[in-house]
Design a protein around this ligand. Structure first.
Ligand code: ADP
Ligand code: MG
Length: 727
């Protein structure tokens, strides 16, 4: 057991008041209020582990107050260091510092890496996260999208913020960059007392894991090896403020109220912890997110130091006294810190070892720097994946819980309906008989089941009798609603005057709501009336539900009808598709018979051409040639269609082209034949006019016209036939 280390820091005065009649004097580890040029004011003197006057630097504070905790964290002890004090007293200055006097966070980070570089027989894995508690909501400062995070607790990890981004880091520079990016996301605001006042509590968290290096190859673990895991919290609290002084309104006022409330809970936790062990019945850690997160640091397994900052000006005298009172109580708090060694997979170092070993093997022979960078990248990737999975698991759990809640509610309602119905029927029977066998009160008391009709004798929605009930609640760190009734000035007063709020009496029960009935009128008649009205209400609800059900049934019948109609249409379409599939075969048959007819007609016509050299014979040969091309094209297309059951639209244009080409060929043949025919007949007429020759020419022209007509018919049939086939 060891006491929390508490120090006070007095910041340099911002304005030198001429009219001040008192001042704070620092002597070694004491601070006392003195009259100007005079003696100390009795009862206003405090002693702490350290008291730093206005001339001290952040370096002095780090060396005397925080360094040991940081070194212990590297050795496996949990550690927490936080700054407490009123607005503008120097908390942020102490934690973050300035460019020429870095604060505790920067010094701690540098120190951690310096120390782990010296320790050669252990391997370290450092990861950092940065969060703020703003208006009682936890936000991730490394990832703005992670808002309103929840606190959870389990055996392996203890208390943790689910979904908070963690970054694995190799050196101090990486951490500084991350801190800078996180600082941008922090909530600040302007108040009368501080132009850049922190409006949230921030917690910078470093998780240090370490493992003894084996004498064998680097990073070669045996499964039984324990890994040290320690958590270091560096906390910059928002300052308590008196609304009258900070002159804030609107958003600032709301923030101020949240800040004051959570600081009041912190004060209460410290007060309870500083009580003797006997009185430590319940510590209200769950009353604020801040105290819940800092639970291990306050009376738990951690080494803790608190730096209480005060303003020296006389106008702040009340707040300074309040801070000193808080510090005095905190000094009495004892913690029990021990090295945290884990054998389970709770250590990231252990969970990631297989993958890292694999990567090491792959990169064997690479430059050490490349290897380190690759390992860091892989570690961060794996961590991100784990965090993502954790987030999803949490969401799933939430969903499951709400499902269960809903189921329970429905069950409750059903039980209630059942019980009310039976009660009313019982009540009706007994009133007609003029007596009741068992009064509802007794009946109610005889029921042990929580899901049955709520007892009208249940305690009116009021106060929790035992805090133990409260500690069984789901881990959601609620801020008690009843606090909103506390006037802010009162809260401020309670923080600074050291008032110990009796939270037990403030806390309303958040348990399942029980129905309460006025205790003065509990006669059977009254109850009967009450139950009857409720039953009527329930009946009305039942009617509405039945109507809804009927409506749904009607819609269902309509849907079935539409479905049947669709089914009919589908079977019709199927039949048509079947016919369409048979179509190419039928067409093929028609083409074959048409081809036969065509060839027969042509052979008959060819018989009339006497020597086979006349123009008619030439024309017939040309037509015969074209016809056979056409028929073979047609047959190929149809057999393709039969094979593939469809024709591509590309075939249409191909056929059109064929059509055009053949028409032109025919046209040119006809034209040349007509021309030569005309020329030869004219020639013959002028030379040896003979009626026989004239008849032959007329006969030829007659044939040509018939053949052209015939061929145009074939072409027309051919085109229309293919169009039908395609579409
Ligand atoms: P808080 O965080 O408590 O509201 P800040 O740390 O922001 O207050 O300090 C308020 C102002 O006082 C800042 O301008 C800061 O630079 C200055 N200040 C606080 N403490 C010191 C100190 N020890 N030395 C010099 N300046 C200080
Ligand atoms: Mg601040």
């Amino acid at each position: 057991m060891e006491k929390i280390c508490v120090a006070v820091r007095v910041r340099p005065p911002i304005c030198h008041e001429n009219s001040s009649s008192t001042f704070w004097r620092v002597d070694d580890n004491q601070i006392s209020l003195h009259k100007l040029h005079g003696s100390p004011i009795s009862c206003v003197s405090y002693a702490f582990d350290h008291v730093f006057d206005e001339n001290c630097s952040n370096s002095d504070i780090y060396e005397l107050l925080t360094k040991d905790i940081i070194h212990a964290a590297v050795d496996g002890f949990n550690g927490t260091s936080f700054a407490y004090g009123q607005t503008s007293s120097g908390k942020t200055f102490t934690m973050n510092g300035s460019s020429n006097d870095p604060g505790i966070i920067h010094r701690a980070v540098n120190d951690i890496f310096q120390k782990i570089n010296i320790i050669s027989d252990r391997e370290f894995l450092i990861r950092v996260s940065y969060m703020e508690i703003y208006n009682e909501e936890i936000n991730d400062l490394f990832a703005v999208e992670n808002q309103k995070l929840q606190i959870h607790e389990n055996l392996e990890r203890g208390i943790f913020v689910a979904g908070l981004r963690e970054e694995i880091v190799n050196n101090a520079e990486q951490v500084m960059k991350l801190l800078e990016s996180g600082e941008v996301n922090r909530h600040f605001g302007e108040t009368n007392m501080n132009a850049r006042s922190s409006r949230s509590h921030t917690i910078f968290r470093v998780v240090i894991e370490s493992k003894g290096k084996d004498t064998g190859s680097f990073g070669d673990y045996s499964s039984s090896d324990a890994i040290r895991v320690s958590v270091l919290n560096l906390v910059d609290l928002a300052g308590s403020e008196r609304i009258a002084k900070t002159g804030t309104g609107g958003v600032r006022l709301k923030e101020g109220k949240y800040i004051n409330k959570s600081l009041m809970v912190l004060g209460n936790v410290i007060n309870k912890l500083s009580d003797s062990a006997k009185q430590r019945a319940h510590i209200p850690y769950r009353d604020s997110k801040l105290t819940r997160i800092l639970q291990p640091a306050l009376g738990g397994n951690a080494k803790t130091s608190i730096i209480c900052t005060v303003a020296p000006e006389e106008i702040h005298i009340e707040e300074t006294k309040g801070t000193l009172l808080f510090a005095s109580r905190a000094k009495r708090v004892t913690n029990c810190a021990q090295v945290n060694e884990v054998l389970t997979d709770a250590a990231l170092l252990k969970r990631q070892k297989l993958e890292i070993e694999e990567l090491r093997r792959k990169l064997q022979g690479s430059h050490a720097e490349v290897l380190e960078q690759e390992i860091l990248k892989l570690r961060n990737d794996m961590l991100k994946y784990e965090l993502e999975r954790e987030k999803l698991e949490m969401e799933l759990e939430k969903e499951r819980r709400s499902h269960k809640e809903r189921d329970r509610y429905i069950r409750d309602q059903l039980m209630m309906i059942e019980n009310l119905s039976s009660l009313v029927s019982d009540g009706d029977g007994s009133s007609s008989q003029g007596s009741m066998k068992e009064s509802p009160i007794e009946e109610c008391n005889n029921r042990g089941d929580g899901f049955k009709t709520p007892c009208f004798r249940a305690a009116p929605k009021a106060f929790v009798a035992k805090r133990s009930n409260y500690s069984q609640l789901p881990d959601l760190s609620p801020l008690p609603d009843s606090f909103s009734d506390v006037a802010d000035e009162d809260t401020w007063f309670k923080i600074n005057k050291g008032y110990i709020a009796d939270l037990d009496s403030l806390q309303t029960t958040p348990a399942r709501k029980v129905q309460s009935f006025p205790p003065e009128d509990v006669t059977p008649n009254y109850l009967n009336k009450k139950y009857k009205t409720e039953l009527q209400n329930l009946k009305r609800r039942l009617e509405l539900v039945t109507e809804e059900k009927n409506e749904l049934q009607r819609k269902l019948a309509e849907d079935i009808e539409v479905k049947d109609r669709l089914k009919g249409d589908i079977s019709k379409l199927k039949q048509e598709a079947l016919l369409a599939r048979e179509m190419p075969q039928r067409l093929c048959d028609s083409v074959t018979s048409f081809k036969d007819t065509y060839e027969e007609v042509l052979s008959k016509m060819q018989r009339y051409t006497f020597d086979g050299k006349s123009s008619t014979a030439k024309l017939l040969r040309c037509i015969c040639e074209i016809g056979s091309i056409l028929f073979s094209t047609m047959e190929t297309s149809i057999s393709n269609t039969t094979d593939r059951h469809k024709l591509s639209s590309g075939n249409d244009s191909l056929i059109q082209e064929y059509n055009k080409m053949l028409s032109e060929k025919l046209k040119s043949t006809i034209t040349s034949l007509i021309l030569s025919e005309t020329a030869s007949s004219e020639d013959k007429q002028t030379k040896t006019p003979c009626s026989c020759n004239f008849e032959v020419a007329a006969w030829s022209r007659y044939h040509v016209s018939i053949l052209v007509l015939f061929f145009v018919m074939i072409l027309g049939y051919f085109v229309s036939f293919f169009r039908t086939l395609i579409f």
